[in-house]
Design a binder for this molecule. Structure first.
Ligand SMILES: Nc1ncnc2c1ncn2[C@@H]1O[C@H](COP(=O)(O)OP(=O)(O)O)[C@@H](O)[C@H]1O
Ligand SMILES: [Mg+2]
Ligand SMILES: [Zn+2]
Length: 232
């Protein structure tokens, strides 16, 4: 007689009848094998969730933080944001001085959303602008179109350190294209910014024109706690 490979309980001969034909089979007398199958399915799901988080490509420094261990004045709001997240909802503008945890919170929110199956992009405006300058002539125009189309497919996009990027007239036009695309397609996004960067771009007329749209679709979370960097 066969036995369970986990608890070694012997199988039992059990009769069956299918379409009038009688027979018997050796049936397990425990649920170990079912449980093992469930465990493997769960492990596989968890592996997929983790691989989505890894695909964000966050720097290792941001990896240890999560909603439970992060010390942040907006932690409770962040949890609500994550747990109640629906695509096309209002995004976030995280601002405050250097080192008080804006990037870390944006990364934590990104990880939680990716873990829950959302399509998330964590990037900087600099990285986006550089990508948009790849290729020449018609190739570049097609590349820009492709990048903008791809942006529309995300549930959540983070631009870390908005305002730090270098601008030329064509880069300014690209910032406008990026933000306008997100605005028109109602893609939820998040920006982190410090006062110097905000001041830096305040006097650029092209960006001032987008400011109204930003304040329409982003909720302000001010970070006023002292810098973690100085505390270290
Ligand atoms: N909640 C936190 N608890 C402890 N240390 C933190 C926390 N958030 C950030 N840090 C640390 O503080 C430093 C600055 O955080 P960061 O998120 O880069 O700040 P910001 O983006 O506001 O400049 C980093 O070294 C980070 O590891
Ligand atoms: Mg930062
Ligand atoms: Zn068993």
């Amino acid at each position: 007689m066969q036995e369970c490979m986990f608890c070694h309980k012997p199988y039992k001969e059990e009769p069956y009848e299918i379409c009038g034909r009688k027979g018997s089979w050796e049936a397990p007398q425990c649920d170990c094998e079912e449980k093992e199958l469930k465990r493997q399915e769960e492990a596989e799901k968890e592996r997929v969730r983790q691989s989505r988080v890894n695909a964000l490509g966050l720097p290792p420094k941001l990896k240890p933080y999560n909603l439970d261990n992060i010390e942040c004045e907006h932690r409770a709001e962040a949890r609500l944001f994550v747990e109640g997240f629906k695509p096309h909802r209002k995004g976030l503008f995280l601002w405050g001085s250097n080192g008080n945890g804006k990037t870390t919170l944006a990364a934590v929110i990104s990880k939680e959303l990716a873990y829950r199956g959302r399509r998330v992009l964590f990037t900087t405006m600099t990285e986006m602008l550089n990508k948009m300058e790849e290729g020449v002539g018609a190739g570049r125009a097609a590349n820009i179109k492709r990048l903008l189309r791809e942006l529309r497919t995300y549930d959540f996009v983070v631009f870390d350190d908005y305002g730090r990027e270098d601008y030329t007239p064509s880069r300014l036009q690209n910032v406008f294209l990026i933000l306008n695309t997100l605005y028109e397609w109602q893609v939820t996004f998040c920006m982190t910014a410090n006062p110097e960067c905000i001041n830096r771009i305040a006097n650029i007329p092209e960006l001032a024109a987008i400011k109204d749209r930003l304040s329409e679709v982003l909720i302000n979370w001010k970070f006023s706690n002292p810098s973690f960097r100085r505390a270290k």
